[in-house]
Design a protein around this ligand. Structure first.
Ligand code: 2F8
Ligand code: CA
Length: 128
């Protein structure tokens, strides 16, 4: 059967019935495809959404609000750029077809759509 279980701040989904057996490679590809879920929910929005990344403490030193280290970035060409010498210290993500998933720094006080991420068991601290 299919089960979801929180464990140490991660969520595990088990595929344990005989009819869902896969090769290692197919299992890996299947698990990876779950990651496309978030972007698929944003199709058609065509506006930027805030993500939890900011550099208002130290210019050009970006942090995640979760405290996780920044190990991956996905800036649009030319970003981050503090456009027009404005202080652009918060990061949003494009959702339109051409730029879907790419990041831009924008002024933190601008209004944007957003997505919240939470952990399956909120009593557990965020662990990098
Ligand atoms: O062209 C990139 C540029 O586009 C906008 O400025 C015109 C963005 N401004 C806002 O989102 C407020 C810039 O951040 C972006 O670099
Ligand atoms: Ca920018």
């Amino acid at each position: 059967g299919r089960m979801e279980r929180p464990y140490r701040n991660k969520c595990y989904r088990f595929y344990l019935s005989d009819d869902t057996e896969k090769t290692w490679r197919d299992a890996r590809d299947f698990c990876r495809s779950l990651g496309t879920y978030i972007m698929s929910q944003l199709k058609g929005i065509r506006r930027t959404v805030w993500i939890g990344l900011f550099d208002n403490i130290d210019e050009n030193q970006f942090y995640w609000t979760s405290g996780h280290p920044v190990t991956f970035t996905n800036w649009n060409d030319g970003e981050p750029n503090n456009w027009n010498s404005q202080d652009e210290d918060c990061v949003d993500m494009y959702t339109d077809q051409a730029r879907a998933g790419l990041w831009n720094d924008a002024p933190c006080d601008h209004l944007r759509l957003f997505i919240c991420q939470s952990y399956k068991d909120p009593s557990l601290p965020a662990q990098p």
